[in-house]
Design a binder for this molecule. Sequence first.
Ligand code: PRP
Ligand code: ZN
Ligand code: MG
Length: 220
Amino acid sequence: MSTVQGRLRIAVQKSGRLAERSLDLVRDAGLRVVKGNNDLLYRVENYPIDLLRVRDDDIPTFVADGVCDLGIVGENVLEEGRNGGPMAEVVMPLGFGRCTLKIAAPPALDYAGPASLQGLRVATSYPRVLRRWLEAEGVQADIVTMRGAVEVAPRLKLAQAICDLVSTGATLEANGLAARDTVLDSQAVLIRAPTAPEPALAELLDSIVERMAGVVASQG
Ligand code: PRP
Ligand code: ZN
Ligand code: MG
């Protein structure tokens, strides 16, 4: 079920922090990408490959289910998608899209380590990753799940602390928050479906992975 019409599918983020570099990697690997009739699908004109342009949160599922053969996604998103079900396989880290999932809070909050979060409310868009981290640290805290604008939660008294992605640190600074702990270091990774594509496409898939590895190595 991994492909239809004899074409491989690569899932990439449609817009956001990884979108441009993902497309660069695909192009640098020798795939000539042309826009299709719709925004969801870009076609590769020199190989039987399509790019599926979707929300990053959907990429792990698409690849785990074999709807796409390959995907480019942040480790943060991959880890949040971990739910005990079948997983996409990580092929390799890609060396871009680095960011860190951090605990942050207003400076007034005394923070001497994870135990300082005991009994507090922590807002995040990464409830599963945060829950696992808190459990590993033996801390009980209430997780408030927000889809976005997590950085405003302390000001709105929705939570005393947040767990959010930090890249440049500009968002934390603009909201008067200080980073206090690291939950997860992340970068973009290439993932592949646990199931093989149809036999006629298996070699192509391997060669695309090899070329991407070459591109990544040359940028190292
Ligand atoms: C993340 C995070 C912050 C911002 C941090 O959002 O939620 O808003 O990036 O980056 P900075 O440290 O460079 O300011 P992201 O762009 O991933 O998207 P989202 O919040 O819309 O999901
Ligand atoms: Zn997202
Ligand atoms: Mg944001």
